[in-house]
Design a protein. Structure first.
Length: 492
């Protein structure tokens, strides 16, 4: 596909408001890595200084060997305490409160108090009292869970903030209901311990996301054509912070409240989430994991088969990796291994670095609970630091305009591959029977524009942006002839 990037007059677009979030995070964790390196250097200096060693310059003569030994006890006395200070500061930065502080964009020294009016309640009554206090003072707080949306949007959370990090655990006397600050990973871990184990399969790929953020940003997670649900599949108790009214809302009302733009969503706060009737709550059974390069229509038909409860594609510059998981009743299969997992993860992140995923010895059986945990580790401070340093944009948009057939899937795969031959990055391609999601790693507007041009050429007229990820400017969608709508508008 020939590039038409030049047709979009990007130079005429108004300047996008700049947020120092990216460089603040890079600077903060550059200090952290210097502390780590400094601790290692001081440890080596201390050991050398405290240990007698051969020296031809100065030192103590050893009569038995007639050699000169060197020792610096004073230098060691300075090096070891200095190392201890570096280690202590480094691990303080790794603490959950400090990491949350950096993820919200509050800088190296800003506390969770931030503006002085932030709240971090630990009970529903405390949440209600904090909301009342904000309302009386005419303040509109921003809800903060794990602050992962700040990382992906590369934006600072504006104060005052309603921190939900203490609102965790199961709600008493309500089955399969948790407080909004509980992470998706913790919920799935508890579901796995039930007498009849269950799992949610449409949770975000990173399990540290809270239930409240999952609902508020309509995260889609790991799915396949087996499912036909919309972005929201659960029920939740929601507080309207402007009036203090609480409601118990189903998927449609949650999509209306949180999927009609940021201004409307900001008025509401998720208190608890009930998953018992979720369309994607399924038994934690043994699954057969398989992978293959998507090269033919038959490969695409295989990826789209409804037997696969989970199916996803990762499109790089020269190949597309298709992964599926389907229930398996036969003998266990022990294919793949650690190297295969590392290769899959690397390809999923950067679009290269994997040998042939199909063939004898590469399939594997594992419990469904392994699937939503597949990428749980990766949002570490080092990963985010690198993410910010190189300027990756993790944007995502989705549409209901595509009636996916094997032929169309293969065509989209080949044309998006052509985009990533010109631009670094990768596209994660997910789908249900209703919606199709495109999750992009890109380093420039040009890459995003080119992917959108592919979609426009294949019949896409309306898309929504994932509100918890990098927000592309509206002019990008306008210049390729695609209308940008809300999640509610795309999903209804």
């Amino acid at each position: 596909m020939k590039s038409t990037y030049a047709k979009c007059a990007t130079d005429s677009w108004p300047a996008k408001p700049y947020d120092w979030y990216r460089w603040r995070y890079v600077l903060t964790w550059s200090v952290g890595w210097l502390l780590f390196v400094g601790a290692v250097v001081l440890l080596v200096v201390g050991i050398i200084s405290a240990t007698p060693h051969s020296s031809s310059v100065h030192g103590i003569t050893d009569p038995s060997t007639n050699s000169t030994l060197d020792q610096h006890p004073l230098r060691a006395a300075v090096a070891f305490p200095g190392m201890a200070v570096c280690v202590a500061l480094f691990f303080l930065m790794y603490g959950p409160a400090a990491q949350l502080r950096y993820r919200t964009g509050m800088g190296l020294f800003g506390g969770l108090g931030g503006t002085g009016v932030d709240a971090a309640p630990s009970s529903l009554s405390a949440v209600r009292a904090a909301a009342t206090s904000f309302r009386i003072r005419g303040l509109s707080p921003t809800a903060v869970g794990g602050a992962w949306s700040n990382v992906l949007r590369v934006e600072t959370t504006k104060g005052p903030r309603m921190h939900m990090r203490r609102m965790v655990g199961k709600v008493p006397n309500l089955p399969l209901t948790w407080y909004a600050g509980t992470t998706c990973m913790d919920v799935n871990n508890e579901l796995r311990q039930l007498s009849r184990p269950l799992q949610l399969v449409n949770v975000p790929s990173y399990g540290g996301v809270t239930l409240g953020a999952w609902v508020a940003t309509q995260g889609h997670g790991m799915t396949g054509r087996f499912f036909s649900h919309g972005p929201v599949t659960v029920k939740a108790r929601v507080l309207h912070m402007l009036s203090g009214i609480e409601t118990d809302d189903g998927p449609e009302m949650l999509l209306d409240k949180f999927g009609n733009g940021p201004e409307r969503a900001r008025q509401y706060l998720v208190l608890t989430v009930s998953i018992g009737e979720s369309a994607s709550l399924v038994p934690d059974v043994k699954m057969l994991r398989q992978g293959r390069w998507l090269k033919t229509v038959d490969d695409a038909a295989w990826a789209l088969r409804k037997e696969a409860q989970v199916s996803c594609l990762f499109i790089g510059g020269s190949k597309t990796l298709a992964l599926t998981w389907q229930p398996h009743a036969g003998e266990d299969v022990r294919g793949g291994g650690l190297l295969m997992d590392v290769g899959i993860t690397l390809f999923a992140v950067v679009g290269y670095g994997l040998s042939d995923p199909s063939g004898p010895g590469r399939d594997r059986t594992e419990l469904l609970s392994k699937v939503p945990a597949f990428f749980h580790f990766y949002l570490s401070p080092l990963y985010i630091w690198g993410f910010m340093l190189v300027g990756v944009m993790n944007a995502e948009f989705y549409t209901s305009d595509l009636d996916l057939t094997p032929e169309l899937m293969l065509k989209l795969s080949n044309e998006i591959q052509a985009v990533y031959k010109r631009y670094n990055g990768r596209c994660e391609f997910r789908f249900t029977a209703k919606l199709t999601y495109f999750d992009l790693f890109a380093f420039s507007d040009g890459a995003v524009i080119s992917v959108l041009q592919v979609l426009a050429a294949n019949g896409v007229k309306l898309v929504a942006q994932h509100p918890g990820k990098y927000q592309m400017r509206q002019e990008i969608f306008a210049c390729v002839g695609i209308e940008l709508d809300s999640a509610h508008g795309v999903s209804r």
